[in-house]
Design a protein around this ligand. Structure first.
Ligand code: ADP
Ligand code: ZN
Length: 291
């Protein structure tokens, strides 16, 4: 089986070809410009490749309701020119294979559950902490959509008393994304995240916010594995601090082995597929279209 994958991001698009075991054979990427030009590049890539199906994981918000007139659209995005763009409709005009569509983070959690750190489980949560913050979840073996799709990055958090930063989100200021995204780190400290030393207090604060959100998701979704990806999570020193704070915030309330000092490092993990979680997840999404 030859499968196609598209990681549709607000900054760049990644397209790839792979097999049904999650191996990427070929990949290309290009910057996200206006929607027609960008979608046409995706079409050009796939017209020269034979694939049986394609999976598209996209930035959002997007319409995933198969009964909706705007299914397959990127909907209310502030990204200029992209609001109410019929991404999947545009691709389907030229590409004649089944195309699956989901959020970038749902696609990434599907990738990790099918080929990565959550293989064999029927539930998992994937969070990306990057330019934005978002979460995708599989619950009882199915990708979680609901009314729209989860927007986990916009959960309001309690600001730590020593943090005077007002937050970066134009809608909520001090939501998870507003406090902990890459741009929030950069604005708060006046340095790019990747240039902040590993022992800087920025990382304790960052871990505090991530752990606060994670503790809430554990209480709401009860995931069997939590995977933290995105550019900011390249700072691996965050993991032990996140583990410590999650244990502290839950304070022994959830009596499961996974949430103990010994085991939590296997429960809250970096993506096994690394930065490929989304692209590989697109292959899994494509495979689902054939079944
Ligand atoms: P995107 O979210 O745009 O798809 P990324 O997941 O790579 O892309 O996230 C980009 C954000 O992560 C930027 O704000 C960047 O400053 C931050 N970032 C990237 N690499 C690192 C790093 N090594 N340490 C801390 N922050 C990083
Ligand atoms: Zn917000």
């Amino acid at each position: 089986m030859r499968l196609g994958s598209v990681e549709a991001g607000g900054t760049k698009f990644v397209v790839g070809i792979g097999d049904d075991c999650g191996n990427i054979i070929k990949r290309e990427s290009f910057p996200t410009t206006d929607p027609i030009t960008t979608a046409n590049k995706v079409i050009d890539f796939f017209l020269s490749e034979n694939v049986d199906a394609i999976g598209v994981g996209s930035f959002g918000p997007i319409d995933l309701d198969l009964n909706s007139k705007t299914y397959g659209y990127i909907t209310t995005t502030p990204k200029q020119g992209w609001d109410y763009f019929d991404l999947i409709g545009h691709l389907k005009e030229k590409i004649n294979v089944p195309i699956g569509f989901d959020t970038d983070v749902n696609t990434a959690v599907l990738g990790e559950l099918t080929f990565g750190s959550a293989v064999g489980l029927d539930s998992a949560l994937y969070l990306t902490i990057g330019t934005g913050v978002g979460g995708g979840a599989i619950v009882e073996g199915k990708l979680l959509h609901g009314l729209l799709h989860p927007e986990m990055g916009h959960m309001k958090l309690i600001v730590r008393p020593d943090d005077s930063y007002k937050g970066k989100c134009p809608f909520h200021n001090s939501c998870f994304e507003g406090l902990a995204s890459g741009p929030a780190i950069e604005e708060r400290w006046g340095i790019k995240g990747k240039d902040i030393p590993a022992d800087h207090p920025a990382w304790d604060l960052e871990a505090y916010y991530i752990a606060q959100a994670v503790a809430n998701y554990i209480l709401v979704l009860s995931p069997k594995k939590i995977i933290l990806g995105g550019g900011v999570m390249h700072q691996k020193q965050l993991f032990p601090i996140i583990h410590k704070y999650v244990l502290e915030f839950l304070n022994g309330y959830i009596q499961k082995e996974e949430i103990t000092e010994d085991k939590i490092k296997e429960y809250i993990v970096y993506p096994q597929l690394g930065d490929n979680a989304g692209l590989v997840g697109g292959l899994a999404l494509a495979k689902q279209q054939i079944k």
